[in-house]
Design a protein around this ligand. Structure first.
Ligand code: ZN
Length: 319
């Protein structure tokens, strides 16, 4: 059954209402202004973030392919196996993305990188990611001029935008048994299109994206290297909030503390990305978001937690 895109629970409804009062109404009344930042949740770890001068996509995964089980019985799209090629939903992407200046990719898994070949070609955006990510994009014919391979530690200035790359680690999936040291490099033979399983992690990154009005710290996983975040105090933290974080020591408190109690925290990578937009995400809200909101109310009462809804812009003004 297809239900409302906005899952209903009391906590969620309350936060959505506060969000609407605080930030959504101005977004609908005014076009993008120079002194504001707009963040639109694309699902999985994906975001479109823009101010008046730059459009940045983070892990823009829009196709929400049904693969490897975990789909919805009412979703009659094909269910792909991991050893199959799953094409991007280019018609859907075209309705959501027309322009992009940068694409930041946390790691190479399909739910982060799967749509980037199409989006990079379509927009001509500069892509920043690991060597593995860049080699995959090369295999798809994206020109080298668009590609920036980074290892973590870089701090790059572009026109009206700068980006610090932070070494990170992947979610501790499979009850902490997840481990994958594979990497692609210039000697790897890759023939596009790739199978889902060929989108390997290839190492993980975080980004500190400095816009004109706000600094945004991004996460693509439910994990981080604490010492790499020391001294990083963003205005907005896109916090990885999914089940595997519960297997880590004191995740929520360590993350919030080391990032200097960010004034705004927005959960990311908490939804079921095998479901199309418009399907209920109430399971993820109840399982991931509600406990996270409760924890933050205790450990960081000054922090404002904004719960994102797929494809609804969150507009924030200069702090
Ligand atoms: Zn991953």
């Amino acid at each position: 059954m297809i239900s409302s895109p906005r899952p209903f629970s009391f906590a969620y409804a309350l936060f959505s209402l506060l969000l609407a009062c605080a930030v959504l109404l101005p977004a609908q009344l005014f076009a993008q202004q120079e002194d504001s930042l707009s963040l639109t949740y694309l699902g999985a770890a994906g975001w479109k973030i823009m101010d008046g001068s730059v459009v940045v996509l983070i892990d823009p995964y829009i196709s929400r392919v049904k693969y490897g089980g975990g789909g919805h019985p009412d979703d009659d799209r094909p269910d792909y196996a991991r050893d199959e090629i799953a094409p991007s939903d280019t018609a859907l992407i075209d309705t959501l993305v027309d322009k992009a200046d940068f694409i930041l990719v946390h790691h190479g898994h399909f739910d982060h990188l799967g749509d980037v070949p199409y989006i990079a070609r379509k927009t001509g955006a500069k892509v920043i990611g690991t060597e593995t990510t860049i080699m995959i994009l090369r295999a798809y014919g994206i020109p080298d001029e668009q590609l920036y391979a980074v290892g973590g530690g870089e701090d790059y200035q572009f026109d009206s935008f700068s980006i610090r790359v932070l070494p990170s680690i992947h979610s501790a999936l499979n009850e902490k048994h997840y481990f994958d040291t594979r990497r692609y490099d210039r000697f790897t033979e890759l023939n596009a299109p790739l199978r889902i399983e060929q989108f390997i992690e290839g190492g993980s990154l975080m980004f500190l994206a400095r816009f004109a009005t706000h600094e945004v710290l991004t996460m693509g996983s439910m994990n981080f290297v604490e010492r790499e975040l020391e001294g990083i105090h963003p205005d907005i933290l896109l916090a990885g909030v999914n089940g595997s974080r519960l297997g880590l020591f004191d995740y929520d408190a360590r993350l919030i503390r080391v990032t200097g109690n960010p004034p705004i925290v927005i959960p990311t990578h908490w939804d079921n990305f095998r479901l199309p937009y418009g399907y209920s995400q109430e399971g993820g809200v109840e399982r991931n978001l509600v406990p996270f909101v409760d924890t933050l109310a205790e450990i960081a009462p000054e922090t404002r937690v904004i719960l994102p809804v797929h494809l609804e812009p969150i507009v924030l003004h200069r702090p």
